[in-house]
Design a protein around this ligand. Structure first.
Ligand code: FES
Ligand code: FES
Length: 175
């Protein structure tokens, strides 16, 4: 691979939510900044910018990763999915999003895109998680609002619905 000079601007091509997108980036440009500022995909949030809060989580080639710990050039040629990919073309929310809505699993919503992307990946690989496992994955995300109970209820409920075991639970009041 050719060495990229420090201040060089290079084209980065990614498949973003199924669409080929090209933008310019410096070698030091974070993927989170590239998504938001260059490609206008502002659904991905940025909080701590050092891998702690989890709100910048996206999926790269199907695996949830921190976009603030990934350089844009590292994503070149790869498939990136963000929270904008979850609803369908008519704006209908997916099962996980609907469960968040039912269980009041968000308030300000700042942490929400990252948690949705983490669990989109996680539930694909672990469709029948124990509640404790869900809590452990949530340990990689900071939510200042919900107290986490609504998040756990929503994720467990969405997993059940995705497995086809039961219809969605009734709305709960996590407050
Ligand atoms: S902004 Fe990436 S983990 Fe906090
Ligand atoms: S809903 Fe506000 S930080 Fe989680």
């Amino acid at each position: 691979m050719r060495r990229i000079e420090r201040d060089e601007i290079v084209p980065v091509t990614i498949e973003l939510n199924g669409k080929r997108m090209v933008g310019n980036a410096q070698p030091r440009t974070l993927l989170s900044d590239f998504l938001r500022q260059t490609l206008g995909a502002t659904g991905t949030h940025v909080g701590c910018e050092h891998g702690v809060c989890g709100c910048c989580t996206v999926m790269i080639d199907g695996i949830a990763q921190r976009s603030c710990l990934t350089l844009a050039v590292q994503a070149d040629g790869r498939r990136v999915e963000t929270v904008e990919s979850l609803a369908d073309d008519e704006g209908r929310l997916d099962a996980l999003q609907r469960a968040f809505n039912r269980h009041h699993a968000l308030q300000c919503g700042f942490c929400t895109p990252g948690i949705l992307m983490s669990f989109t990946d996680y539930l694909r690989r672990n469709p029948d998680p124990a509640e404790q496992e869900v809590r452990e994955v949530l340990g990689g995300h900071i939510c200042r609002c919900t107290g986490y109970s609504g998040l756990v209820a929503a994720i467990m409920d969405a997993a059940r619905e995705m497995r086809g075991e039961a219809g969605p639970e009734e709305e709960t009041d996590a407050a």
